[in-house]
Design a protein around this ligand. Structure first.
Ligand SMILES: O=C(O)CCC(=O)C(=O)O
Ligand SMILES: [Fe+2]
Length: 621
């Protein structure tokens, strides 16, 4: 355990930069001065337009494309000098068709500031860690082995939880874990965190706002100079720079609570600006009581003859910003490093990099000079956060999520599953009258009251539960999937000309246990698909069965295949969440119409499955 733990620590270093690292510059203004040989891409992200400048070949590289997707939608391609036709055709195909010479740059060069992004050489360690966790997940799916591994992990998790949660006195045998050396406890904690992450929450999509790193202008040059001067004056007149305020990953720093002028500036301007920007990115809704909360804000000093770097870690909080306070020419190296993407961000003076605290990052080593940054850890108050989040995240010991074992995506999707909230903020159905209208229509259509009641509960879960995914289907229609506790709610919604959205259909799924005889029955009824790849996947996958509680289409929308499309889309979502089969009870009193409808959706008769004569099952996906 000790060996494993210390090798994990050694792996907490930044990957190195190649001697001439690929470099992309993010300009915080839409029309910067572009050097010849570079292409510019104007990126619109809500009300903000930034511009990314890179050599054409680099712009087409997958790592650069991922960066572009993270920053916004390409709206224009700016070419200061002509490119060979093939290169400009490829750029247009990759990004956007609007190709223009750059507009005249602003009189004041780099008015909005900029942030360089450098790509490191990806080390073997992150790849090895990813391979290990993939192997673990695959082993968990092997029928016999998986069950035993799951049991072992559950026992280890119980041990870790007992040791880490003093409120529950641990059983005698488990008290030993608490007496183990710190590293062993930490490893146990890592196992615990891993086991807390249920598979259904794994794999935040690329669009998750918590996986974005956003550079933004936060202070002007004079304010930066004043902040550095105030911090240095404090250090001179008092006990110097502090080095023990943080336990696991200490910085050389001074909290702004000891710097009255900077504290006043933070309260008056800096924090409101940050809160507004972050609110936009995460789609925070102040009316629902969602707000950013500052937890710890401090000036950090990296110096050639002092602390030169900060190892890869996660922060305490939900969002972190790191704002450069001095001139980038005052030091060499440095920057904020992100492990998963392998990028180093080097902003200009006064520009901050805002990112999730849960994404593994580091202070990239400086090789000369002095680098001052203002760092802020912020928390979040939101009913969308899982219950117990505060205790889980900020409890003691707070270092345990700094684990390489737990991926950034697993954490961010657990904490903030509403990955599409920012892209298309769903409006809650304030329209009680629209539900009332549906109720009246349901009554005159002779619908059973139970179905409407179910539909109403699903409509009300919208906005209150956690949005897992929203898939636009064109023509203003979309499918949304919400996790309401452990239930999956699928909704078909349509946006009207006035922007208001109406729910056209709902479906509710609940997962149930799969006993050995059910498993055998599923294998007999639905043999693995023909294609070899799917067969292998089906063999590795443990059967998971989700039952359809109801599907309901509002009376006015029937006959347009809305229900059918919603069931298909929900089946795909269940597949994505690791559910292998879905089940329905289709009792049509012998008419055969309903059963034929389900058959057209891929369901087969499964009489007697889970003890119900009318049951039908299908593969998800
Ligand atoms: O140096 C940086 O930019 C990162 C600092 C940081 O991550 C921290 O203080 O927690
Ligand atoms: Fe940090």
């Amino acid at each position: 355990l000790l060996l494993l733990s210390s090798s994990l620590d050694r792996a907490n270093r930044c990957a190195p930069l190649p001697s001439a690292p690929p470099l992309v510059r993010i300009h915080l203004s839409p029309s910067p001065r572009l050097a010849a040989g570079l292409v510019g891409l104007q990126l619109t992200d809500g009300p903000t337009t930034r511009c990314v400048a890179a050599p054409a070949a680099l712009a087409l590289h997958p790592r650069c494309r991922a960066l572009v997707r993270e920053l916004g939608h390409p709206s224009r391609l700016l070419l200061p000098s002509p490119l060979p036709p093939l290169a400009s055709w490829r750029l247009q195909r990759a990004f956007c068709r609007r190709l223009e010479p750059p507009p005249p740059p602003p009189a004041e060069e780099e008015e909005g500031g900029w942030c360089d992004v450098l790509f490191t050489r990806r080390g073997a360690a992150p790849r090895a860690a990813a391979a290990c966790s993939a192997a673990w997940r695959a082993a968990r799916r092997v029928p016999w082995l998986g069950a035993r591994l799951a049991a072992a992990a559950a026992a280890a998790a119980a041990a870790a939880r007992a040791a880490l949660t003093p409120a529950q006195p641990p059983p005698l045998a488990l008290r030993l874990v608490g007496r183990m050396p710190w590293r062993v406890k930490r490893l146990a904690a890592r196992v615990w965190v891993q086991s807390c992450l249920t598979p259904s929450r794994e794999g935040a999509e690329e669009g998750s706002p918590l996986l974005r790193v956003l550079p933004m202008r936060m202070l002007d040059a004079a304010q930066c100079d004043e902040a550095v001067a105030e911090a240095e004056a404090y250090a001179r007149e008092n006990e110097g720079w502090l080095t023990s305020r943080h336990i696991a990953f200490p910085t050389t720093d001074i909290p702004i609570s000891r710097l009255p002028r900077l504290q006043a500036e933070w309260e008056a301007r800096l924090f409101p600006r940050l809160a507004a920007a972050v609110g936009g990115v995460l789609g925070l809704d102040a009316e629902r009581g969602e707000r950013l909360v500052p937890l710890d804000v401090f000036v950090v000093k990296y110096a050639h003859d002092g602390q030169r770097e900060l190892a890869v870690h996660r922060d305490n909080g939900l969002l972190t910003f790191s704002l450069l306070l001095n001139d980038p020419g005052d030091f060499e190296g440095g920057g904020t490093y992100f492990e998963e993407s392998g990028r180093v961000y080097r902003p200009s003076k006064g520009v901050g990099v805002v990112h999730s605290a849960l994404v593994r990052h580091a202070g990239f080593p400086i090789t000369s000079g002095t680098r001052y940054v203002l760092v802020g850890f912020c928390g979040l108050e939101s009913p969308r956060l899982p219950a117990g989040f505060a205790a889980w995240r900020f409890g003691e010991p707070s270092w345990f999520v700094s684990s390489r074992v737990v991926s950034d995506r697993q954490l961010t999707s657990r904490i903030w599953p509403a990955s599409h909230a920012a892209a298309a903020p769903p409006r809650a159905m304030g329209a009680d009258d629209s539900l009332a209208a549906v109720a009246a229509a349901a009554e005159s259509a002779g619908d059973k009251a139970w179905y409407f009641k179910q539909h109403k509960a699903c409509v009300q879960a919208r906005g209150a539960a956690a949005l897992v995914r929203r898939v636009e289907a064109g023509g203003g229609e979309a499918h949304e999937f919400w996790l309401d506790g452990d239930d999956l709610v699928g909704l078909a919604v349509r946006r009207g000309a006035d922007g208001a959205e109406a729910v056209l259909a709902s479906v509710l799924y609940r997962e149930g246990p799969v006993a050995a005889d059910t498993r055998r029955a599923l294998q007999r009824l639905l043999p693995p698909p023909r294609r070899l790849r799917s067969r292998v996947r089906a063999l590795l996958r443990r059967e998971r069965l989700s039952g359809m509680v109801h599907v309901y289409v509002v009376p006015a929308e029937r006959g347009a295949r809305i229900g059918e499309e919603l069931v298909r889309a929900t089946s795909a979502q269940l597949f994505r969440m690791g559910v292998s089969h879905h089940l329905t009870l289709a009792d049509d009193s012998g008419s055969g119409k309903l059963r034929a409808w389900y058959r057209s959706l891929g369901f087969v008769d499964a009489p007697g499955l889970i003890g119900m004569e009318t049951s039908m099952v299908a593969h998800t996906g």
